[in-house]
Design a protein. Structure first.
Length: 161
């Protein structure tokens, strides 16, 4: 599924694309496709239940940006933030992968220094960001991973313009 919502002047204000995967390898491949759709600066909430494949998807995004090999990308559950340096068309892109699952308050969130991360070359993916109103307001969209049973996943990218 793919659609774009337009306003009265013909400007796109929301872009949605949906993918279905049957394996981890396919989820990584969708991550590579998503990387081509994401132009910095972006601040995206990465949503899905535990084990939905959020970090697996980031592996593909990092690969496509030449920021890291798939086996180098791990969940930032305990470190909170993993930073990767990549590029597209010779332009640098910084990929920041955050996991705020273990944080309980806006005060703890402020200690991460998100304002410093939000630069023109940044693609920021935040797992469990929907827990915090400040992150929902800051986001430019979201990627939602839903289990469709077994290894099957539905991945939905929504970008606000």
């Amino acid at each position: 599924m793919n659609h774009a919502a337009v306003d009265a002047q013909g400007r796109i204000h929301e872009f949605v694309q949906e993918f279905a995967t049957q394996s981890s390898a396919e989820t990584i491949a969708v991550g590579r496709k998503l990387a081509a759709l994401l132009a910095p600066p972006q601040f995206l909430l990465l949503r899905g239940d535990l084990g939905a494949g959020k970090t697996t998807l980031v592996k593909g995004i990092a690969q496509a940006l030449d920021a890291a090999d798939a086996d180098e990308v791990t969940s930032p559950t305990f470190t909170l933030l993993h930073e990767y340096e990549g590029e597209r068309d010779g332009q640098p892109i910084r990929l920041d992968h955050l996991d705020v699952y273990r944080l309980e308050s806006e005060r703890q969130l402020e200690a991460l220094g998100l304002d410093d991360l939000c630069t023109d070359d940044a693609l920021i993916l935040v797992e469990w960001g929907e827990k915090f109103a400040s992150l929902r307001r800051r986001s430019t969209g979201e990627i939602v991973l839903s289990s469709a049973g077994g290894d099957s996943r539905t991945i939905r990218l929504s970008l606000r313009k």
